[in-house]
Write a protein that binds this ligand. Structure first.
Ligand code: GDP
Length: 289
């Protein structure tokens, strides 16, 4: 998971860790190495510039807190700025709510919908899932097979082409259910009618949360996807999938920043239990070793 980013960041930090005095040249060298590492990991160039400027400015201007030497001070700033880049952890409630899932085809949206159903069920909540993906043949069957394994009821109709009708009916069906998760259609590209459909579903369902599913392997296109979905329905949480793979991961981080929301969960495997709540501090600690 983000292995090459992690090792380049560690190398960059090691260089400064070996210095006795942290002067401007040392900070500049560190920032350059960080920039290289983040750009290679596919983090958006604007974000990298913003992050490196903040690190440089703070490292050179801020006084180290009492008892902290300059080197520790600089490392702490790098750590804090990387946590800020992740946007913090997105909010997850354990109360009555509807969650609308957005994302392109293949991102892992259907699998993640079932994983989320399982997550809330384990928290003791009554969960129902609506399959509003009327585009991909087999979507209903895939979701119902996954949900059947954990006894979560699903509403959908594989013969119906009108996703809005399904959502209206599904909301009625699950009126007494605590957590309702709506899986929507994805496509290979951001087509206008796809975006319009999710806008319409959002108006009908009035969900408390609108979460975007992003594949960790997605490169620079991730930010553009996030921007379009965010403009359409105001994304308030991002789920990054396939973190168990060898993905660079930087594209997904850029997507999070684009939505100005936080990461809510991380998917790290194909089984229904492979879902983790996101913890920015732990994540960066692992990244920096
Ligand atoms: P959708 O088109 O967005 O609904 O995507 P699917 O849920 O059908 O997932 C596409 C593929 O990605 C499937 O083969 C899933 O098993 C796989 N997948 C989803 N999430 C993860 C994950 O976290 N890790 C791994 N390794 N595979 C995943």
């Amino acid at each position: 998971m983000l292995d090459s980013l992690s090792s380049s960041l560690k190398d960059a930090l090691k260089k400064i860790a070996g210095k006795t005095v942290v002067d401007r040249a040392a900070v500049e060298e560190l920032v350059r190495s960080l920039q290289r590492a983040l750009l290679q990991a596919d983090v958006n160039v604007k974000l990298v510039m913003h992050l490196s400027q903040s690190i440089k400015r703070r490292a050179l201007e801020e006084e180290p807190p009492k008892g902290m030497n300059l080197r520790e001070h600089v490392l702490r700033i790098v750590y804090q700025e990387l946590v800020a880049l992740m946007g913090g952890a997105g909010k997850v409630d354990l109360s009555q709510q509807t969650i609308l899932m957005a994302g392109l085809q293949g991102s892992g949206k259907t699998t993640t919908t079932a994983k989320l159903a399982r997550y809330f069920q384990r928290k003791g909540l009554k969960v129902g899932v609506i399959c509003a993906d009327t585009f991909r043949p087999g979507a209903y069957k895939q979701l119902s097979t996954l949900c059947a394994k954990v006894n979560v009821p699903i509403f959908g109709d594989p013969t119906e082409k009108d996703a809005l009708l399904i959502v209206r009916e599904g909301i009625k069906r699950f009126a007494e259910t605590e957590v309702v998760i709506i899986d929507t259609q994805g496509r290979h590209a951001l087509e206008d009618d796809l975006i319009q459909e999710i806008i319409d579903i959002n108006e009908i369902a009035k969900p408390e949360h609108r979460w975007l599913v992003i594949d960790a392997a997605l490169g620079q296109q991730a930010a553009e996807q996030a921007r379009r979905f965010n403009e359409a329905i105001e994304i308030d949480g991002v789920l990054i999938t396939k973190m168990d793979g060898t993905a660079k991961g930087g594209g997904a981080l850029s997507a999070v920043s684009e939505t100005k929301s936080g990461i809510v969960f991380i998917g790290a495997g194909e089984t229904i239990d492979d879902l983790e709540r996101f913890d920015p501090d732990g994540f960066i600690s692992r990244l920096l070793g």
